[in-house]
Design a protein around this ligand. Structure first.
Ligand code: SF4
Ligand code: SF4
Length: 90
């Protein structure tokens, strides 16, 4: 099964406020490799007009971006109870 097919099985209950926030946008501009753009399996981080945008709605809550950000620049929290991802099969 392809990753896209597996992701299709996930369901999301989206909170109004993002559970992921960039702490300091200027630090992102000084971040050489910007690993968040490539490591997120859900493509939550995107570059728009030179700024990192966070499309938190599709976050899989894997925690990879929190660990990989070299500048510790992501304020990472789980969504409130009842929100976020739910897996259809386990
Ligand atoms: S890895 Fe961290 S510092 Fe670098 S662009 Fe992404 S959020 Fe910004
Ligand atoms: S926790 Fe995982 S899925 Fe969510 S934004 Fe970070 S890398 Fe992407």
């Amino acid at each position: 099964m392809k990753i896209e097919d597996k992701l299709f099985l996930d369901r999301f209950r989206v909170e109004e406020e993002s559970h992921l926030k960039i702490t300091d946008a200027d630090k992102c501009k000084q971040c050489e490799d910007q690993p968040c753009l490539n490591l997120c399996p859900a493509n939550v981080y995107r570059l728009e007009d030179g700024c990192i945008m966070v499309n938190y709605e599709g976050c899989l809550e894997c925690g990879s971006c929190r660990i990989a950000c070299p500048k510790l620049n992501i304020d990472w929290n789980y969504p409130r109870g009842g929100f976020g991802i739910s897996h259809k099969f386990g």
